[in-house]
Ligand binder design. Structure first.
Ligand code: PEP
Ligand code: MG
Length: 562
């Protein structure tokens, strides 16, 4: 049990405040380098066999308590632990004098290689067999099993960091909040948590010291975790949840107090996200991150597989606008089938749209899949490419997309070169969408995954805001839409500033929509413009935010006659 009253802090993402018991995600145990061959191979084999049995029955038991995909994943992993060939090979190596855990590691490595080479379904099982290996090793070492816990009660999930695939394995219905020691506010864990409206705090020093079952209160706005909250704190959290729920009752389209429209859209990554978004007042999808569909795949998805998912997403959105982003792989979003093996600086390397240079078939197949989707559904999505750096890239992408029958083609503005040349880029396409997560990363030369540099990644950084403003001006000049789909769009203060800058749509985690809608509604367009101007005039990120907040409070006071 951690000491009651302990306060930990980090960088909060989202608006929620929740309390519940901790469920730790444990790292894989390390096999001791000096492990020796067994003195008694018969006993060692029996011990390994027992560990396999216990792992299999434990997984079966967890599967019986879980449901849906989580139950399926656990069942498939249990099956792997029951595999006779696997156990026999480990026993054979122990007989030949290999230290037991090293024998297991070697056998699993061979199986994993075989699976990967076989491709398809078997390749997808590599994660399961690795998970069996780690669990058996944990048993042999007498430590807690590694990995994402199978939750049985609503819990606060605590981890060192979560790979995108780990996040996918979480039962999000039972995940009250996510707390990580590493990661950054725009890393994928935070983004996925946001999509589900799950409060998340990253960069929490000491998070791994929390123990399973510790009751904690997680406040994503303040970025704090309090161990052993008292009733007063729990009450204040409940009141906040009620206030947010009241805001969510307002389902009108996004607009300023004097009726200037600003579309409020959802960021999604899967068909289930689309189904959830369609149940919210989101006016559509402003960013469909298609790479999320393929994070766990080891082989490239076929045209038809893609078309099936895209059709399901478009149908789920029932005719509302959907902006599909072509695969954004590389750097923080590794995909097994496109990762460049020898890059020293993947964020600056062959990633996102640049993959047309090395893997042109990826874009070709995806655009063909989108064409097939249009044909099958009669619905025409907007389509944009990530990480465009030059007007020539925008032109090439637009001509490829149009060749496939895409009617509304855009690109993302995520690197300073694109923002500086926004006018020329917009001349090539129908719209742009600003990815402030990457725009901040590249403008400030700060890895978006390095949470300890979060102050530099602040979208209120004057240099980042200047680039956003320049892009918005280019859009106004050409009469073309300029959206923002980075996490900053969901910050109610930034949402008002962006409206004032002339941004035409804001796309965000659905959990952020209500507060952004409310904030924008409190001000006329002229007031939003004045707020944006004050933020732009500031000399630092905190001053910019403070200037915006001060003016927002002033217009609220004026509206109330105070
Ligand atoms: C961004 O960079 O702001 C963005 C929306 O794209 P992603 O977070 O997927 O890189
Ligand atoms: Mg990006």
């Amino acid at each position: 049990m951690s000491e009651q009253g302990t306060l930990l802090s980090g960088v909060g993402v989202g608006r929620g405040a929740v309390f519940g018991p901790v469920a730790q995600v444990r790292p894989a145990p390390a096999v001791p380098d000096d492990e020796q061959p067994a003195d008694d191979p018969v006993a060692a084999k029996a011990e390994v066999e027992k560990a396999f049995e216990e792992v299999a029955s434990g997984l079966r038991e967890q599967a019986s308590r879980a449901s849906g995909t989580v139950a399926e994943v656990l069942g498939a992993t249990a099956q792997m632990a029951e595999d006779k060939a696997l156990r026999k090979q480990v026993a054979g190596r122990i007989d030949r004098g290999e230290p037991p855990m090293h024998a297991l590691v070697a056998v699993v490595e061979n199986f994993a290689k075989m699976f990967t080479a076989a491709g398809g379904y078997l390749a997808e099982r590599v994660t399961d067999i690795n998970s069996v290996r780690d669990r058996v090793i944990a048993k042999l070492l007498g430590v807690m099993p590694p990995g994402v816990p199978a939750l049985t009660v609503p819990s606060v999930v605590v981890a060192e960091d979560l790979a995108p695939a780990d996040t996918a394995a979480l039962d999000l219905d039972l995940t009250l909040a996510i707390v990580t020691e590493l990661g950054g506010p725009t890393s994928h864990t935070a983004i996925i948590a946001g999509q589900f409206g799950i409060p998340c705090i990253v960069r929490v020093g000491g998070a791994l010291g929390l123990e399973d079952g510790d009751e904690v209160a997680v406040d994503a706005v303040a970025g704090t975790i309090f161990v052993g909250p008292d009733d007063a704190l729990k009450d204040s959290f409940a009141k906040r949840a009620a206030a947010l729920a009241a805001l969510a009752e307002d389902t009108a389209p996004g607009a300023t107090a004097d009726g200037a429209a600003i579309q409020l859209l959802a960021n999604i990554g899967t068909k289930d996200d689309a189904v959830r978004a369609s149940a919210t007042p989101a006016e559509g999808v402003g960013l469909f991150r298609t790479e999320v569909l393929f994070l766990e795949r080891t082989t490239a998805p076929t045209q038809h597989e893609q078309a099936t998912v895209y059709s399901a997403v478009l149908k789920a959105m029932e005719g509302r606008k959907v902006v599909v982003r072509t695969i954004d792989a590389g750097a923080d979003k590794p995909l097994a089938f496109v990762t460049q093996p020898d890059e020293e600086n993947p964020a600056l390397g062959v990633r996102a749209y640049r993959l047309v240079r090395t893997n042109p078939e990826l874009l070709e197949t995806q655009l063909a899949a989108l064409a097939e989707t249009q044909e099958a559904t009669g619905i025409k999505p907007w389509v944009m490419a990530p990480m465009i750096s030059t007007p020539a890239e925008a032109r090439d992408f637009a001509s490829e997309a149009r060749r496939h029958g895409i009617a509304t083609v855009g690109v993302m503005v995520e690197v300073p070169s694109a923002a500086l040349r926004a006018h020329e880029i917009l001349a090539e396409v129908d719209f742009v969408s600003i990815g402030t997560n990457d725009l901040a990363q590249y403008t400030m030369a700060t890895d978006r995954l390095r949470g300890e540099l979060a102050d530099l990644l602040d979208p209120f950084q004057p240099a980042v805001m200047d680039l956003v403003a320049a892009t918005a001006r280019a859009g106004k000049a050409l009469g073309k839409p300029v959206g923002v789909c980075g996490e900053s769009a969901g910050d109610p203060v930034m949402a008002v500033v962006l409206t004032g800058l002339g941004i035409t749509s804001l796309s965000m985690s659905t959990g952020s929509l209500a507060a952004a809608r409310f904030a924008i509604r409190q001000h006329t367009l002229a007031q939003c413009e004045a707020i944006a101007e004050a933020a732009l005039a500031a000399k630092s990120a905190p001053e910019a935010r403070a200037a915006a907040v001060a003016l927002m409070a002033q217009s609220a006071r004026e509206a109330l006659g105070l």
